[in-house]
Design a binder for this molecule. Structure first.
Ligand SMILES: [Zn+2]
Length: 157
């Protein structure tokens, strides 16, 4: 008589070894958003901007809000910044304009660095008044390949 092995008699399959975590587990690490970044949507600048933000030590620590024209459109995203600050209690707000912005062109605004700086300063004043957090402003030039340069210039004061 043929006796098949009963399933119960088979050795249990070994449990898979736990995969070691790449980084120490911090299930209760505080939720930290250091900076709320307001920038233009332009695809030519997005990758370079994110690379540069990470290079500033902000990897995983920024909100990125985009609106075509950035500083030029401050009144369209100001209330959104107020809400995001309420949600995340950000330490600071950054505004980033870029060279050759199509939203400036469509609005009949000169795409000069000088005009971007003027709108950046006006937007900084608006955001500071509404949100009450430190605001820093930046100008992202074109790089030699026709995309966003690897370095973003801060406008001071
Ligand atoms: Zn743009």
């Amino acid at each position: 008589m043929d006796v098949s092995p009963s399933p119960e008699s088979e050795p249990a399959a070994p449990e898979p070894a736990p995969i070691a975590a790449a980084e120490p587990a911090e299930p209760h690490a505080p939720h930290v958003v250091k900076v709320l970044v307001n920038a233009c949507v332009d695809f030519r600048f997005a990758d370079a901007l994110v690379d540069w933000l990470r290079a500033q030590g902000l990897h995983g620590a920024y909100d990125l809000r985009t609106h075509e024209g950035a500083a030029l459109a401050v009144d369209r995203w100001l209330e959104s910044d107020v809400v995001l600050n309420r949600l995340h209690d950000v330490e600071a707000i950054w505004i980033v304009d870029h060279a050759d912005c199509g939203a400036y062109r469509l609005a009949g605004e000169p795409n000069t660095r000088e005009n971007h700086v003027m709108h950046l300063k006006a937007a900084r004043a608006r955001v500071q008044a509404w949100v009450g957090k430190p605001v820093r402003i930046f100008y992202h030039p074109l790089g030699p390949d026709g995309r966003g340069a690897s370095t973003v210039e801060e406008i001071t004061p």
